[in-house]
Design a protein around this ligand. Structure first.
Ligand SMILES: Cc1ncc(COP(=O)(O)O)c(C=O)c1O
Length: 435
């Protein structure tokens, strides 16, 4: 009887072992590949230490020194340091660092600033807007009436005059800007004026470009008219998965609304280990962020040029391909699925990307394009010269029909020189704990 009580069902143990095996295999896959998904990044050793800590299991609802739980004193110190650092990094008067993702930040702000039935204007998903800006996502969840901006396909940004007219006509409660396909700064000053004229709040979703904004390499939404800026802490901003809500308003009532949009609005536990990691990432960003952001954008521009010179159809040639961390390529006719096929071939060759809808595409699972990003390659030490090498690997795989296995062999050898994470206090293994 005793044996039965204490026996372990080995199939359960095998399942756990399989998971650990897959976790390590995934780490090796990324270590040996060229990870080029624009929304991804890697952690510095110090950020990893903060994340992999006892805070993982703790709770701290409320704000620093005003908690619903005991035991938070040390965490209060962490969150206070983080709020001060975030205000310095983003040069603003208000920061909430609790949200658990970019989507969660958006949900909190929509909860804070709008009520069901209100109107919101935003970029459509077809033009690069995010699902949280759509009826199927957070905007729909809040019961908002969505109107999307007319889009300037050539410039890959809202059509300024037509979007301003639409805002004046529709008088939204929130005018939301920002995209997932985000090559160029939004003409925010002009559009914010139109929004403020009709009493709308301007919300800027900087999920993708937050690290570039913080590093002074993109645009400065909070000083170009945005009343509130949301973002992810793990895309171009090189921290752990999480979010930010930021504002330059010094209106305490407005700040309280934003805080309560996050808690109790959309969070209870807010993943304290990730908040601690975010705060370490903010400190590292203060020391290294400007250089990192500048290198990330230079690499994206170099990648765009190198891919074009290899013969790829890179979008926005007339604007220099990109002003962000992203490059977008077209691989075939609209709705042909050529982007999906290219992503699959590249993965066999050791290059990790994502297929993406381009203007005109209507099928999310059969799009014609790829969206590429440079943050991770930059953080492991690649520069503009290496972007030529990367473009060559693309050409061998996609244009020259070489066996992807042969390309993968060379990619893995090439990547062997780029396994140390930089732009941080203690540069160390970018993909730790692997044999
Ligand atoms: C514009 C935009 N907003 C929000 C998000 C969601 O961010 P998260 O994945 O942190 O929820 C994304 C994700 O890619 C995005 O591109």
């Amino acid at each position: 009887m005793c044996c039965l009580i204490f026996s372990v069902d080995m199939s359960h143990r095998q399942a756990a072992d399989s998971v650990i095996g897959a976790v390590e295999a995934s780490g090796r896959h990324y270590r040996d590949s060229l990870p080029m998904i624009a929304s991804e990044n890697i952690l510095s050793p110090l950020v990893r230490r903060a994340c992999n800590s006892d805070l993982h299991g703790r709770y701290a609802e409320g704000l620093p020194r005003r908690r619903y739980y005991q035991g938070c004193e040390d965490f209060d110190t962490i969150e206070e340091i983080g709020i001060s650092s975030a205000k310095r990094v983003f040069n603003c008067n208000f920061a909430n660092i609790q949200s658990t993702s970019g989507t969660n930040s958006n949900m909190g702000v929509l909860k804070a600033l709008a009520k069901p039935g209100d109107t919101i204007t935003a970029v459509s998903t077809a033009d690069g807007g995010h699902i949280s800006h759509a009826r199927m996502g957070a905007v729909g969840l809040r019961g908002l009436n969505l109107i999307t901006y007319p889009w300037d396909l050539g410039r890959m940004e809202p059509d300024i005059d037509a979007a301003a007219a639409l805002i004046r006509e529709s008088e939204p409660t929130i005018a939301l800007f920002g995209q997932s396909v985000f090559l160029f700064p939004t003409p925010l000053a002009e559009l914010s004026d139109a929004a403020h004229e009709v009493g709308a709040r301007v919300m800027f979703d900087a999920a993708h470009v937050l690290g570039l904004v913080a590093g002074g390499q993109f645009q400065d939404p909070l000083h170009e008219g945005a009343d509130v800026m949301t973002g992810s802490s793990h895309k171009t901003f090189p921290g752990p998965q999480g979010g930010f809500v930021l504002s330059d308003s010094d209106d305490e009532k407005f700040q309280r609304r934003l805080n309560s949009g996050i808690f109790p609005g959309v969070c209870s536990s807010y993943h304290l280990h990730h908040v601690a990691g975010k705060v370490v990432a903010l400190s590292e960003f203060e020391a290294f962020g400007e250089e990192y952001a500048s290198d990330t954008v230079s690499n994206a521009k170099a990648l765009g040029e190198a891919l074009a010179s290899e013969g790829f159809d890179v979008l926005a040639e007339e604007r220099g391909y990109t002003a962000s961390h992203q490059v977008v390529t077209r691989h075939g006719e609209v709705d042909s699925g050529a982007g999906r096929d290219a992503a699959a071939t590249l993965e066999q060759a050791g290059i990790i990307t994502n297929m993406n809808m381009l203007p005109g595409d209507t099928k999310a699972l059969a799009p014609s394009g790829l969206r590429l990003g440079t943050p991770e390659l930059t953080r492991v030490g690649m520069g503009t010269d290496e972007m030529q090498d990367v473009a060559r690997f693309f050409a061998r795989s996609l244009l020259e029909g070489e066996d992807p296995k042969a390309v993968k062999h060379d990619v893995t050898e090439f990547k062997g020189d780029y396994r140390t994470v930089r732009y941080c206090f203690e540069p160390g293994p970018a993909y730790p704990g692997l044999d």
